[in-house]
Design a protein around this ligand. Sequence first.
Ligand code: TRP
Length: 456
Amino acid sequence: MQNDQAGDAKRTSLHGHWSSRMAFILAVTGSAVGLGNIWKFPYIAGQNGGGAFVLVYLICVVAIGMPVMMSEILIGRRGRRNPVATMELLGKEEGSSGHWRWVGGMGVIAGILILSYYSVVAGWTLAYVVKSVSGVFVGANADVVGAQFADFVGNWKAVGLSHTVFMGLTIFVVARGVERGLEQAVKFMVPALLILMLMLLGYSINSGYFGEGVAFLFTPDFEKLTWNSVLVALGQAFFSLSIGMGAIMAYGAYLPEDTSITGATAAVVTADTGIAILAGLAIFPLVFANGLSPDSGPGLVFQTLPLAFGQMAGGVFFATLFFVLLAFAAWTSAIGLMEPAVAWLVEHYNRTRAQASVMIGGLIWALGFGSVLSFNVLAETKFLAGTIFDNIEYLTSNFMLPLGGLLITVFAGWVMCRNSTADELGGSGATYKAWRVLARFVAPIGILIVLINAVT
Ligand code: TRP
C-alpha cells in the first residue's frame, strides 16, 4: 500500500486498489453518515428512554447490521449490476429464481419513500444555516430557540421552499453523475464534522450536566424497553448504516476483487456508530442543563445545539459551519437514496441520467409535501403511527429495511452456495465462519423475532 504514490501514473494504474478501496469506504461512509446519526439517533434514543435502547441499538448494529452490510457488498460485487438486475442474475445463477429481483424492487421504493421525508429535514438544516448566519441564536435561551423551531416548521411555505431547494441540489448532482466531487466532499466533511462534534462535546462536558447525559445514554433501564422500542432500534441500525435497500449493493458493484469486505465494513460501521454516539453525548447534557425533555421528537437537535452555539465564542461561525456540514452529510446520503431508482430507470426505460434524475427527483419532491405539511397544516391528521411523516418514517425504517435485510441475508446465507460467498469474503477462515453463522441464523431469526413481537 505504501508504494501507491499519488502522481505516479504507472504505479497507480498497476496497483490502483488503495485509492479504489478508499473511494469505496468514503462513498459508503458518505451514505451512512447523515441525518440518521445527528438528527435521528438522539431523538429516537430520547423517545425510547435512552440506555436500554442504546444497548439494543449497538447489539443490532454488530449482530445484524454488520452481516447484512457484508452480504450486501458481496452480492453487489458478485453481480456487478444495479440491485434489481444483480438479484435477478444471482438468483438464477445460484439455482434459485429471478424473482429475487423483487428485493431490489422493494429497495428502489424504500429509497424513494425515505428521501421524501429526509429531504424535508435536510431542508430544515439549510434553513438553519440562514438562521445561524443571521445571528438569531446569539445568547438565546431555550424558549427563544424553541420558538424559532416551532415558528419555522409551522410555516409550510418556508419548509416547502427549503425542501424544494434541497431536492433541487440533489437532482442536480445525481443528474451530472457523482463520483469525483462526492469523494472530495466526504474526505473533507467527515473529519470536519467529527471535529465540530468534539467541540460540542467539550461544551457539553462543561455544561455541568454531562453526568446526567451519560447516565441517560448508557444506564440501561429495561423497564422502559418495549418490543416496539426494540423494533425502532433495529430499524435505526438499518437506517443509519444505509442497509436493507440495495444502496450498499450498488456501491459494492464497483469494488475491486481483492478488497477485504470485512475490513471495509468494520471501518464504516465504526465511523457511523462513533458519530451517532458523539451526537448523543453532545446533545443530552444540553437537554438536561436547559430543562428540556429528552422525548421532544424530531425537533430535538434543532432545539438544543443552537443553545450551545449561542453561548460559545465565535458561535455564529461555528453554528453556520455545523449546519453547512450537516447539510453536506445529508446531501451525500440523499444521493445514495436516489441512486438505485435512477439507475433502474436508466437501464429499464432507456432514459438518460438527466431525464431519470428529474423524473425520480420530481416524484420524491411531490411526495415530500406529505411530510412538509405534517408539521403544520396536517399536524393533527394522525393515523397508525401518527402524522404522514411519522408513518412514512415508521414504515420504511422499521419494516421495509429490516424485511430487505432479512431477504438479503437469507439469500447470501442460504441461497448462494458456500463457494460463492467464501470466494467473495476471502476464504473460509474464522471471519467467514462467524459471518456465515450471523447471516444464516442470527440476523434472519433476530429480525423475524423482533418483527413478530412488535406487531403482535
Ligand atoms: N444512512 C443515512 C443517514 O444516516 C440515511 C439512509 C438510509 C441512506 N438508507 C440509505 C443513505 C441508503 C443512503 C442510502 O442519514
